[in-house]
Design a protein. Structure first.
Length: 459
């Protein structure tokens, strides 16, 4: 599969990176999921020892350090006051890993496993620094903002697209329409502004931008995930060819914003010595926008078809993760952002006595080129729409055995979008560990901790 040039260094190998390798044999050879614990204190110490010079200060660090002991999910943490530590608790679904260029391949797990993708220590550090408000200076208003991004066409480009309109081929002629198609492609392909929010240019920022750019291609049908998934363009065409003229007129030129966000069913179980995070997943929402004389503003409403598409994409997200590993990366990032928020919100740093200043202030991280603009994603498809004559005219055509007349009409979509990883944790999201189940997990993890300093252990 090939992608258009767009300036995104990490986008070209999207479908290939983090590929999972599976061998034949019984399930035990593939490695079952196991509970795993990771010491933040030991992680800091190991990072101090292996940190090198730019451009990749972590290049000499082991894969265990760079990829959080090869854990594929972190569900929560335990506070270990005896060892002045915060222990991250989660799961492993693989036995070992190899490096493929700058990426890591996890081996020995199911190829279609939803939790068979590497975590990255720099993503965790970026999420923690954001939550500890280390990046306020990046905001023009010096305000705290959760990690996010947006890719948006400028009002001038949208105004130009609106002025070009949607020609009807039978009315304007094929040659004239072809010229207008070319003009529309040129206008729609104008650069769109990329804005990274709350964090610096980094792997986490590139993940969000790549995921959003790919979404635009899936939405307009330029990229096909398979498995019967319909693009918004496909849904529009179906509506136009099966609906009455009134609906057809309403479908011709809406501007829709789509953005990724954490799903609403997140829950945090808080106990005396740690917390469990449940239900973090990626959702897609939409809002219809319109162009004013100077800006693009939201209407507060969702186009019905756009909303149907967003719901379908959210439901199909497990499939999307398997088809496009970038979406597994995005969900992992959401988990790490939630983890950082809960660690900060419960003041686990103070309770444990662990000094996190090296992770928060001094550790140098690899840089990542994140563009300030990308080429606009455009697609035009021409369809034949049956005319919708009145009753007597339809009867007359039937009597004369005339064929139904059609009008050729080009379809276009104008899209904006972004990512918002912030989670507004309220009392409704937080539950006490009333039955003590999480306390039992925490106790099992701390009991299993080896006497000698160890980065991670099973429990």
């Amino acid at each position: 599969m090939s992608y258009p040039r767009n300036g995104l260094a990490r986008f070209q190998p999207l479908v290939l990176v983090l590929a999972i390798s599976c061998s034949g044999g019984d399930s035990s050879a593939r490695g079952a999921a196991t509970n795993s614990a990771l010491s933040l204190r030991v992680l800091q110490e190991m990072l101090k020892e292996c940190e090198g010079a730019a451009p990749d200060p972590l290049e000499s660090c082991s894969m265990q350090v760079r990829h959080l002991a090869l854990m594929t999910r972190i569900d929560g943490f335990a506070i270990d006051t005896e060892n002045k530590d915060i222990i991250l608790l989660g799961r492993k679904t693989q036995r070992y890993a190899t490096r493929d260029g700058s990426e890591v391949k996890l081996l020995g797990c199911w190829a279609r496993d939803d939790e068979c993708q590497a975590l990255h220590v720099e993503d965790l550090v970026i999420a923690m620094r954001n939550r500890w408000q280390k990046y306020l200076s990046l905001d023009v208003e010096n305000l705290y903002r959760s990690p996010g991004c947006s890719i948006d066409p400028s009002p001038d480009v949208l105004r130009g697209i609106e002025e070009l309109g949607v020609p009807t081929l039978r009315e304007r002629g094929q040659a004239a329409a072809s010229e207008e198609f070319e003009a529309w492609y040129r206008m729609a392909g104008q650069p769109q502004a990329v804005r990274v929010i709350g964090i610096p240019a980094s792997r986490a920022a590139a993940t969000m931008v790549d995921a959003d750019f790919l979404l635009k291609r899936i939405t307009n049908g330029s990229e096909n995930p398979g498995q019967g998934f319909r693009s918004l363009m496909d849904m529009r065409i179906s509506q136009l060819t099966h609906s009455n003229n009134a609906v057809r007129r309403e479908s011709q030129g809406s501007l829709n914003r789509f953005w990724f966000h954490p799903a609403r069913d997140i829950r945090v179980v808080v106990g005396a010595s740690g917390a469990l995070i449940k239900g973090v997943s990626v959702g897609l929402s939409t809002e219809e926008e319109h162009l004013t004389s100077s800006a693009v503003v939201g209407t507060g409403k969702a186009d019905p078809l756009a909303k149907e598409f967003a719901t379908a994409f959210t439901d199909a997200y497990p499939q999307m993760k398997r088809t496009y590993p970038i979406y597994g990366d995005l969900e992992n990032l959401f988990w790490l952002v939630a983890l950082a928020q809960v660690i900060r919100q419960t003041d686990a740093e103070t309770q444990s006595g662990l000094d996190l200043s090296y992770l928060l202030d001094r550790l140098r991280l690899p840089g990542e080129d994140v563009p300030t603009e990308v080429r606009g994603v455009s697609r035009v498809q021409t369809i034949a729409i049956p005319d919708n004559p009145g009753l007597w005219e339809r009867l007359g055509r039937l009597f004369k055995r005339e064929t139904v007349a059609t009008t050729e009409r080009p379809m276009r979509l104008t899209l904006a979008g972004g990512v918002s990883s912030g989670i507004n944790l309220t009392k409704e999201h937080i539950m006490d560990d009333k039955d003590g189940q999480w306390a039992t997990v925490v106790a099992a993890a701390t009991r299993a901790r080896p006497d000698n300093p160890t980065l991670s252990w099973a429990f």
